[in-house]
Design a protein around this ligand. Sequence first.
Ligand SMILES: C[S@@+](CC[C@H](N)C(=O)[O-])C[C@H]1O[C@@H](n2cnc3c(N)ncnc32)[C@H](O)[C@@H]1O
Length: 222
Amino acid sequence: MFSLSDTDLDTCILGCGDGPASFNVELTHRGGHAVSVDPIYQFSAMEIQERINATYDVILEQTRKNQDEFVWHHIKTVEELGYVRMEAMAQFLEDYPNGGERYVTGKLPSLPFSDHEFDLALCSHFLFLYSEQHSVEFHVQSIQELCRVASEVRVFPLLELGAKRSRHLDCVIKQLNENGYEWAIEQVDYEFQKGGNTMLCVQSSHKALHSEGNAVALHCRG
Ligand SMILES: C[S@@+](CC[C@H](N)C(=O)[O-])C[C@H]1O[C@@H](n2cnc3c(N)ncnc32)[C@H](O)[C@@H]1O
């Protein structure tokens, strides 16, 4: 999702809106340094487990209904998707009770971290995906907040639900331009939602962004 290089994985990474995902524990086992922030970390492992169990069938049924919105190359069936997701959540649930400061309760657009605490902030399947629920202002504030705590921010995907390009993307980019942020949209290898193979990279103003090579076409009205 984020074209993470070995160099990236050796830096101090914030996963924002990580939820019950396995990125944090996998990077920790690899010897890396990750902190995850999400509002669901106010709950215990048992409470999160209950929520996962209660929503599992509903989510798979929705995915089954909308199968044509997804690319079934790597994951071949809805059942395999369920298995892969449950494996990742099981890894999270095993790690979470002993994760200590690696799991922090908090939410955008205001995060409980100091300026420049992280090298890289990653946000997958939250910003842009819920464009119907969250305004342009929320997105801009959130991305700027992520830039406050990290030198570089990557957001994936740039689609909203229904596998449509986010209604907010152009306006968010326009405002980032006006506020002096360096940004690029880059293609990534991962694609599960059809057309969801690009990420937005934004840098805190003091760092220059080098996006040649795999930068893709932009639709920026700014
Ligand atoms: C669809 S899940 C994505 C989880 C994970 N990033 C992934 O890609 O599998 C969206 C996550 O965003 C979290 N979330 C909701 N509101 C948030 C906010 N205001 N700030 C940060 N995360 C939020 C939810 O709790 C949930 O874990």
